[in-house]
Ligand binder design. Structure first.
Ligand SMILES: Cc1cc2nc3c(=O)[nH]c(=O)nc-3n(C[C@H](O)[C@H](O)[C@H](O)COP(=O)(O)OP(=O)(O)OC[C@H]3O[C@@H](n4cnc5c(N)ncnc54)[C@H](O)[C@@H]3O)c2cc1C
Length: 432
């Protein structure tokens, strides 16, 4: 029987996974990459260490499409499958607080084993080839155009990424290919990215790092709530809790000019504790200057800023200082309000939120508008939190699209689904 031919656009994490899977299921696969080599972005992941998955996998770690739909896709290829897949192609994986990394802590090792897997699965890799047009032919085959050259396939997978880190190749052109087929694209925003603030004082506190709780409130309710290490820059705020809330703040900023973020630095102290806390400190240290009085609470630069904002001078004696102003300094330690006016751009973002609407693809990630065409990876309207979730989505969706494009069955549906000789084993469905 003639082998099914599959053309895959994009040699990133999702495209490589789709290619290895489809070839392992007997398809004749060609992988097109516009760069001179595959997997450029992969090398940058996890600060060069590649956090390729996470033990704590659930739909709640993702945004975009309907959580039940995302959960179903993760169930078909979850964390255990990722570990098994990579072991099968030669990569040893270690776990740190649930975060998965290659034992070598080298992202290049992840790329290397994927490249070897492409080679041993017989995938034809065409680099320096940007697909600029996609067309479903009258006979149902899919035409991929690289300039004037047309390549015809039985099936195609679009895995061009989103808009994040455009220098690595994911410049959003995949969305144009999707639109050529009639797909709608949920507007994108940079995500897992720093937030820019309007206040002048940021220069004076740049470089401060502190554990903090960050909240965004709307209409009296807490809309976003993140904790972790906050990093203050000369233009705004950064760090994991900021990254985690950035996609939602980004969408809020599409409809309003600014978003107030409330930052609490003293988790053990509530508003009701402030008065007794101040009282006790005054009893012990009431003979100090204002700056000395607040020394030891938080980072010096922050305390100096809070003292200035409360209208006090560091060298004035505490004795005789307005008590309300002293309390005002403490209130800022509990609830420092900063005004976010923008996010950094796609060049600084780890992912882009938004993308091809998941309502327009089937459970196998096949286009409902152009049968025979599949989507995988960040091009879809799915984005995850920091912690290996975006690469997990690339592996899960790449596996699903690759399997379906090859006309195969998922590991949970049949035995022997992974490439023969790869050492990979079938796996029962994982609960997510
Ligand atoms: C600095 C940084 C650090 C990150 N760290 C992590 C991490 O530790 N853990 C984690 O889970 N996630 C991390 N991510 C996110 C993760 O890397 C992405 O979500 C993931 O790589 C997306 O995979 P993808 O295959 O969908 O897209 P991409 O990796 O963006 O690949 C798309 C590929 O398609 C090619 N392409 C695009 N258009 C065409 C075309 N028309 N023709 C041919 N080729 C085309 C591009 O050149 C590119 O190679 C990080 C991202 C960045 C930027």
């Amino acid at each position: 029987m003639k082998k099914r031919s599959v053309g895959i656009i994009g040699g990133g994490a999702a495209g490589m996974m789709a290619a290895v899977t489809a070839a392992g299921q007997g398809a004749e696969v060609t992988l097109f990459e516009q760069n001179d080599r595959v997997g450029k972005k992969l090398l940058m992941t996890g600060n060069g260490r590649c956090n390729l998955g996470n033990r704590e996998l659930s739909a709640g770690m993702y945004c975009g499409a309907d959580p039940a739909w995302i959960g179903g896709r993760l169930k078909a290829f979850g964390t255990d499958d990722t570990i098994r897949f990579f072991r099968g192609i030669g990569l040893m994986i270690k776990e740190k607080n649930g975060y998965l990394y290659p034992v070598s802590e080298q992202a290049s090792a992840v790329l290397d084993v994927l490249r070897f897997a492409l080679k041993s699965a017989g995938v034809r890799v065409e680099t320096d080839c940007r697909i600029d047009q996609i067309q479903r032919q009258g006979d149902g085959r899919i035409g991929l155009y690289c300039g004037r050259t047309r390549h015809l396939f039985d099936r195609a997978v679009i895995a061009c990424g989103g808009r994040a880190a455009p220098k690595t190749g994911s410049d959003g052109n995949g969305f144009s290919l999707a639109r050529q087929l009639g797909h709608s694209v949920v507007p994108t925003v940079p995500a897992l990215v720093q937030l820019r603030c309007g206040e002048e004082f940021f220069r004076s506190v740049a470089g401060v790092r502190a554990q903090a709780r960050l909240t965004v409130r709307q209409g009296g309710a807490v809309l976003l709530d993140e904790q972790g290490e906050l990093q203050i820059t000369d233009y705004g705020i950064s760090g994991i809790p900021v990254f985690q809330m950035s996609r939602k703040v980004g969408y809020l900023l599409k409809t309003q000019p600014q978003v107030k973020v409330h930052i609490g630095f003293l988790p053990d102290l509530g508003r009701e504790d402030l008065e007794p806390f101040l009282e006790e400190r005054l009893a012990r240290m009431g003979d100090r200057t204002v700056e000395e009085f607040f020394t030891g609470l938080l980072h010096k630069k922050l305390m100096q800023l809070f003292v200035r904002t409360a209208g006090l001078k560091g060298n004035q004696p505490v004795a005789g200082t307005d008590r309300g102003a002293l309390r005002g300094v403490l209130e800022q330690c509990l609830d420092w309000e900063v005004t976010v006016t923008g996010t950094n751009g796609y060049d600084q973002a780890q992912v882009s939120a938004g993308g091809v609407s998941c309502g327009e693809v089937t459970e196998d990630l096949e286009s409902r508008l152009a049968p025979g065409v599949y989507f995988a990876g960040e091009i879809l309207d799915v984005d995850g939190r920091c912690g290996g979730y975006n690469l997990q989505w690339a592996w899960s969706s790449g596996y699903l699209a690759g399997t379906a494009a090859a006309g195969g069955k998922r590991a949970s549906q049949r035995r022997g689904a992974f490439p023969s000789g790869s050492g990979l084993r079938d796996t029962p469905e994982e609960s997510v």
